[in-house]
Design a protein around this ligand. Structure first.
Ligand SMILES: [Zn+2]
Length: 105
């Protein structure tokens, strides 16, 4: 697992959220973090720092925009956002075309 310096800073901040819980296999109590999506507890090496608003869409790397998600939830979220992002870029293109048409008129 690779973390950027920003991620590490956030993890230090998130240590306050450390909990004891049944792990994702449901068979023992571990010290870890609760996934913001599925609410299960995972050890840190099963978690990823997620940008609530993606960096590619102008999201900041401040703790307010970061959350810990388990690897599987983060992957699911990633694929969903890719779909949204492509929709947004085609909308933007359409807007640009409308604007240039107005200039000509
Ligand atoms: Zn999860």
């Amino acid at each position: 697992m690779r973390y950027t310096d920003e991620d590490k800073k956030f993890i230090a901040h998130a240590r306050q959220q450390e909990v004891y819980g049944e792990d994702f296999l449901g068979n023992k109590y571990i010290k870890g973090y609760r996934c913001k999506k599925c609410r299960r507890v995972f050890p840190l090496d099963h978690m990823e720092v997620d940008h609530i608003r993606p960096k590619s869409r102008g999201g900041s790397s401040r703790p307010a925009n970061l959350q810990l998600l388990c690897v599987s939830c983060n992957r699911k979220k990633g694929s969903k956002l890719e779909g949204k992002a492509s929709k947004t870029s085609s909308t933007r293109k359409r807007v640009r075309r409308v604007k240039s048409a107005r200039k000509k008129a």
